[in-house]
Design a protein around this ligand. Sequence first.
Ligand code: ZN
Length: 264
Amino acid sequence: MQARYIKTEGIILSVQPYLESDSILRILSKELGLIPAIARGARKSTSKRSGVIQPFNKARFELYSGRNFYTVVQAQNIAPYAMVSDSYIKALTLMFASEVVLRTHEEGQMIRNAYELLDAFFAISMKIKDESIFVYLTGFLISYLRIIGYQMQIYSCRHCGRRIQDSVDGTLLETGEFECSECGENEIRNLKEIKAALKTSAFIERRAGIPSTHNEAINFKDVNILDKNSLLHLLKTAVSYLRANTEIEFKSFDAILKAIETEG
Ligand SMILES: [Zn+2]
């Protein structure tokens, strides 16, 4: 790689301490995809950059591309998404979303629309109530799965083909398919929650400015009151589907489940 200066905006997915006062960052950048970068002296208390170099923050970076890695020359905050950490449950959620993005990218890989989608999800997370975060997370996963090539077949029953709008109830299966309540005998039924997640998925995509496959979802109306257990089941199913397709275990998801359990 030839030495040169590069400007890009990016979202910090992870920050690892390195040597005495440096940090190694994983940045999802708009122009270069996932890149590693070293921020020298970022952990010194006198560093001007220490406020910017935090997980989740969106910044404008000036990078020097050396032989083996990038070095942060300048970092200027664009969106202080790290502030979301005021809420423990939101911080865990964004950590999980960051892990999903990080581990489904190869270093140097650029996945079309991934940056825009994550940015939109983080921006929305700042504004919503804590109790809404899981339905938005499920919506984000549905959208993200689609852009990495694992779109769920969620709009009609896998057996009878009945559309979810016309179904009385039903369940999302771990295969990423929908099964209506007349075809399956699932104890868990979460049609309302599925509709809500599709709605948030469409909402995030709209905000990200990327083409949506489910514009009709934005019109789902009967999704105001969600059942917490049904929603949690839906989220777990979406994560199982992600795991099955990518063969990756996501450690930070267990932290979310633990937090929900202790909260009761
Ligand atoms: Zn059916």
